[in-house]
Write a protein that binds this ligand. Structure first.
Ligand code: ATP
Ligand code: MG
Ligand code: FE
Length: 343
């Protein structure tokens, strides 16, 4: 089946076209530049940008993929979670398209889509797969029996998401929003010279929060360290701070992900979400998975951050596995739980 996927949960208007398990084209329009000066995504600005970008992005995706809308067999859309107004633009567009074309609509979870996109990159996901979702708003370890069924969350962040920590630390270091890619780049010029805290990895914390994460203490530790340097009138070694912070995040993430694989007898780890684009996380996960005999699957960086291909990829799985389509009355669900795959 040819599935058109629409993503508008945050600031990227994404339209992807997937045929079965093959990505035909992924078109993205981002309003990130309009938000940068506010240091975060402004919901009203994002919704308006989605409205303006929607039709041109759909047209570009079809043109580049060499298909027409009449060829589309199903429409998939992010129904949640995300910014309510932004989601509404995508959901309304998808409903209109499904109705006009007379094809089924699949409202899917943005977070499950971050996992499902790996299928168009590396083929069918082994069942079960342990997925580590690390993005701007979430950080969870998920046991995925099959991407079209509800997942089981083994643990998640108890405070900030991993991407949020990257963005906040970037702000402390005076780097632009969104900070993840800037920290990644800065860290390449530095060395791991500072031993920042690894939250929830020892003693009773580890017992009580075996597969949970905490990044807010780490962010505070970095801010304090930088303030102390500044107060002493010393130069802040930006690249070393970035490298040391990044090392702490990736150490905790990879350690807990591999432990979860071991304890649940799962031989495959998939990493998805914007933070999965991080070069150090990818390298460390590969080293540690190789050592543990676990197969690692991470999509190319451009498919880790928000895009329409991920939504089309999950939609195509819903069609291939014969899952019932969504009702045309589905709402945009800004707080859709991470465990719920479809609407
Ligand atoms: P969610 O998926 O939880 O709804 P989101 O859609 O806003 O959140 P994504 O687009 O999946 O998030 O990821 C964006 C996050 O990924 C931002 O916090 C950004 O800083 C981070 N990120 C992007 N590239 C990198 C990188 N190379 N290194 C670290 N973090 C990165
Ligand atoms: Mg974004
Ligand atoms: Fe996302």
């Amino acid at each position: 089946p040819l599935v058109l996927g629409i993503e508008t949960s945050c600031d990227e208007t994404g339209v992807g076209l997937v045929r079965g398990e093959t990505l035909l084209f992924d078109a993205i329009a981002s309003s990130v530049d309009e938000h940068a000066r506010f240091g975060g995504v402004v919901p009203e600005v994002a919704s308006r940008a989605h409205l303006e970008a929607m039709v041109p992005t759909i047209e570009r995706a079809c043109r580049e993929a060499g298909v027409t809308l009449r060829d589309v067999d199903a429409v998939a859309v992010t129904s949640g979670p995300g910014l309510a107004g932004a989601l509404m633009v995508g959901v309304a567009s998808a409903k209109a398209l499904a109705l006009a074309l007379g094809v089924p609509l699949h409202g899917v979870n943005h977070l499950a889509s971050h996992v499902a996109v790996d299928i168009v990159e590396h083929g069918p996901l082994p069942e079960p797969t342990l997925a580590m979702l690390v993005s701007g708003g979430h950080s969870s370890l998920l046991l995925v029996p099959d991407v079209t069924h509800d997942v089981r969350s083994l643990g998640s962040t108890i405070d900030d998401a991993a991407g949020e920590a990257f963005d906040k630390v970037a702000r402390v270091l005076g780097l632009p929003f969104p900070g993840g890619p800037h920290i990644d780049r800065a860290a390449r010029e530095g060395s791991v010279t500072i031993d920042f805290p690894r939250g929830l990895t020892t003693g009773r914390d580890m017992e009580r929060h075996r597969f949970d994460f905490s990044f807010s203490g780490l962010k505070t530790a970095v801010a304090r360290w930088v303030q102390a340097k500044e107060a002493a009138g010393e130069a802040v070694p930006l690249a070393d701070v970035a490298a040391s912070f990044q090392e702490a995040v990736t150490d905790v993430l990879t350690r807990k992900a591999i432990l979860a694989c071991r304890e649940h007898g799962v031989g495959h780890l998939q990493i998805g979400g914007g933070v999965a684009a991080n070069s150090r996380l990818r390298a460390m996960a590969q080293e540690r998975c190789d050592a543990a005999g676990i197969e690692l699957r991470v999509p190319r960086p451009g498919l880790c951050t928000d895009n329409g291909a991920m939504v089309a990829a999950l939609g195509a799985q819903m069609v291939l596995k014969g899952r019932p389509p969504s009702n045309l009355a589905i709402p945009a669900d800004s707080s859709m739980p991470v465990t719920q795959v479809s609407a």
